[in-house]
Design a binder for this molecule. Structure first.
Ligand SMILES: Cc1cc2nc3c(=O)[nH]c(=O)nc-3n(C[C@H](O)[C@H](O)[C@H](O)COP(=O)(O)O)c2cc1C
Length: 181
């Protein structure tokens, strides 16, 4: 059975959270195992850039990244959901990504399947969510992951605006399910 980990880049119960919940419901309905983590609501120290993990593959910090890294390693698909912030991804997600560096030297993210979902308040014509998607894609490229699917949700400002885009959410769930098979 395929294992999916959804990483939610917003700590509020807003659009990213609601999208993650809908996705999880859809995947569990097809008997695909799915877990959600919200790094912004966890205890995660900032990477100091000491680079020790480049030699030993281990971070000295003892915090929620220990279990997060085990979940990442155990998953076949990583689904990143980020709100657009200043045309790029959220700080919470960037902090999480930096703390994945212990997996870099051992090439443990290589070929991991990645899905990038972006939410933003501006209309598609503003190209704002494109910037967030590019940031996520660049991270995936640096980690040598395999970006298999991406989608941008626009016009979502208030907490639950995304729930008005029922058809788009349905399309995304169906496309992801068909990818996972
Ligand atoms: C600090 C900050 C910066 C933002 N910058 C952008 C932006 O550049 N483009 C955009 O479309 N929306 C921007 N937004 C709006 C959020 O992307 C939007 O409200 C989104 O739905 C929030 O997702 P969430 O409900 O999951 O937190 C910004 C919001 C915040 C708090």
């Amino acid at each position: 059975m395929a294992k999916v980990l959804i990483i939610v880049g917003s700590r509020r119960e807003g659009n990213s959270f609601h999208l993650a919940k809908k996705l999880k419901e859809g995947l569990l309905g097809r008997r695909i195992s799915c877990d959600i983590i919200t790094p912004g609501n966890q205890k995660i120290y900032l990477c100091t850039g000491c680079m020790d993990c480049d030699t030993n593959g281990i971070c000295d910090f003892k915090d929620d990244m220990e279990s997060n890294i085990n979940k990442v390693l155990d998953s076949d698909y990583l689904i990143f959901i980020t709100p657009t912030r200043w045309n790029t991804l959220s700080g919470d997600l960037k902090i999480f990504m930096d703390r994945l560096n212990p997996l870099y030297s051992g090439r443990k993210l290589e070929n991991k399947k990645m899905i990038a979902l972006v939410v933003g308040s501006k209309p598609k014509s503003a190209y704002s969510t494109d910037g967030a998607l590019t940031s996520l894609g660049s991270f995936g490229e640096a980690a040598k992951m395999n970006l298999v699917y991406k989608y941008e949700f626009n016009d979502c400002l208030k907490f639950q605006d995304i729930l008005e885009q029922e058809e788009n959410i349905k399309t995304v769930i169906e496309e992801i399910i068909s990818l996972i098979g």
